[in-house]
Write a protein that binds this ligand. Structure first.
Ligand SMILES: C[S@@+](CC[C@H](N)C(=O)[O-])C[C@H]1O[C@@H](n2cnc3c(N)ncnc32)[C@H](O)[C@@H]1O
Length: 264
């Protein structure tokens, strides 16, 4: 047997996990590559999250499966995703603990939910390479000895959904772009910002820059029927957007928003 064939033979006995980016909310953002990955999956791992919004996100995933696999010739293996409880006093330790628990849940699904030679799929919101811990979990499992291969299918991230919805380019000529979280934003000054995308907020962290010359391009529930977009000078828009966030959270019970802050 040639070396090439031997590798192929060994690989066929291996378990393979596909991390499939499914876009940030609009079903048409599912790429042809994602559909092909969905079509070669034997079992989908569903990590059910507790809390508001989970039904919407779960329904979106089932709708994608229904459209890409009308044959329904796949299995579902479901587990409860550990709750993300953040202790501000011990932030890193609580994140590490939560990630470790999530990795253990994945390990259990891989162990009990699939056979050697099978392919499992995980439908990851947006792009698996942006603020998602699944890639790291799989690297850790392989480093710990799991006989596992995995592939990543890129998805349209909420950053791309935001800039397309506002019809803006992420950078201006020769300028840097940063992507960060609301938690990090709280430590910055307006002068630190050139083009900065902020994720994982939902609490209007931008209001502390209301008297700066920054511009904001804000979007909530991007790509969905509930999408809201607001853009303009932050000093004129900050209060209005903060109020929209409160109202939207009351109306839907949850919110996901992303925004670009740009030096004016
Ligand atoms: C855990 S991160 C996941 C990011 C995802 N992997 C991506 O590529 O967009 C969750 C954050 O993504 C952003 N997000 C995801 N989907 C969104 C949407 N449809 N509209 C607005 N923001 C969204 C929000 O900032 C939310 O807090």
């Amino acid at each position: 047997m040639q070396e090439k064939d031997r590798i192929r033979h060994d690989a066929s006995a291996m378990k393979t996990v596909l991390l499939i980016g499914i876009g940030a909310g609009h079903p048409d953002q599912v790429t042809l590559q994602a559909i092909q990955a969905i079509q070669r999956t034997d079992v989908f791992f569903v990590l059910e999250k507790a809390g508001a919004g989970k039904d919407t996100l779960t329904a979106a995933r089932h709708a994608i499966l229904g459209a890409a696999r009308p044959d329904a010739g796949y299995r579902l293996a479901t587990a409860v995703s550990p709750e993300r409880r953040i202790d501000d006093g011990a932030y890193q330790a609580s994140i590490d603990g939560w990630r470790g628990a999530r990795t253990a849940v994945l390990a259990e699904l891989i162990e009990t939910g699939m056979r050697d030679g099978e392919t499992a799929g995980i439908l990851v919101w947006g792009d698996p390479c942006l603020y998602d811990g699944t890639i790291q979990s799989l690297h850790e499992l392989i480093a710990a000895g799991a006989d596992l291969a995995f592939e990543v299918v890129p998805g349209i991230s909420s950053v791309q959904a935001l800039t397309a919805a506002h019809r803006v380019v992420l950078n201006r000529v020769g300028e840097a772009i940063a992507i960060t979280t609301a938690r990090q934003l709280a430590r910055l000054n307006a002068a630190d910002i050139t083009n900065m995308v902020v994720m994982l907020d939902g609490r209007a962290a931008f209001t502390r820059f209301s008297d700066s010359d920054l511009e904001i391009y804000w979007g909530a529930y991007l790509g969905t029927a509930d999408e809201i977009l607001v853009a303009g000078p932050l000093r004129d828009r900050a209060d209005e957007i903060a109020q929209m966030i409160d109202e939207a959270r009351t109306r839907h019970g949850w919110i996901m928003d992303t925004y670009l802050l740009r030096r004016g």
